[in-house]
Design a protein. Structure first.
Length: 134
C-alpha cells in the first residue's frame, strides 16, 4: 500500500470532484469491510480537498488558485453538499475536529439564504439532517 503522503500525487491528477467522489467511495468501503486502509484513503482524499479547495471564508471552491483562470475560484453548491456530507461522515467515524470544521465551513456556505433556497433544496436539507444525526 502507498504511504498516505503519496496519495496527493494521485489526487493531483484528478479534479476536486473526482477526489471527493473517491473519498466517499473509500469511506463506503471502510463502512462495509472495516479495513483501516480504506479509512486512511478516505482521510487522505479529505485532507487533499481541505488543503487545496476549501476557501478562506466559506465553502469548497472550484480551483486551487486564480493563476491562468478566466474566472476566480468560487464555491459550487452540489460539491459543497457532497463535501459537507463526506466531512460529517468522517467526523462521526474518526472524531477528528478537522472534519467537523470542514463540515461547518461548507455548511456555512450552504446556509446562505441565496444558496439554501435555490431549487432543488433537497441536497442542502439532507446534509443538514445528517449533521443533526437523523
Amino acid at each position: 500500500m502507498r504511504s498516505q503522503s503519496s496519495y496527493g500525487d494521485i489526487f493531483l491528477a484528478l479534479s476536486r470532484y473526482d477526489t471527493l467522489a473517491m473519498g466517499r467511495a473509500f469511506l463506503a468501503l471502510f463502512d462495509v469491510t472495516g479495513e483501516p486502509a480504506w479509512l486512511k484513503r478516505a482521510e487522505a482524499a479529505a485532507q487533499y480537498c481541505h488543503a487545496n479547495f476549501l476557501g478562506v471564508e466559506v465553502g469548497l471552491v472550484t480551483a486551487k488558485s486564480t493563476v491562468g483562470l478566466r474566472f476566480a475560484p468560487a464555491p459550487e453548491r452540489d460539491e459543497n453538499i457532497n463535501m459537507a456530507r463526506f466531512a460529517n461522515a468522517l467526523f462521526r467515524v474518526t472524531k477528528n475536529e478537522t472534519y467537523r470544521q470542514m463540515r461547518e465551513q461548507t455548511m456555512s456556505y450552504l446556509a446562505e439564504s441565496s444558496i439554501a433556497r435555490k431549487a432543488p433544496t433537497a441536497g442542502v436539507l439532507l446534509a443538514e439532517r445528517e449533521i443533526d444525526g437523523h
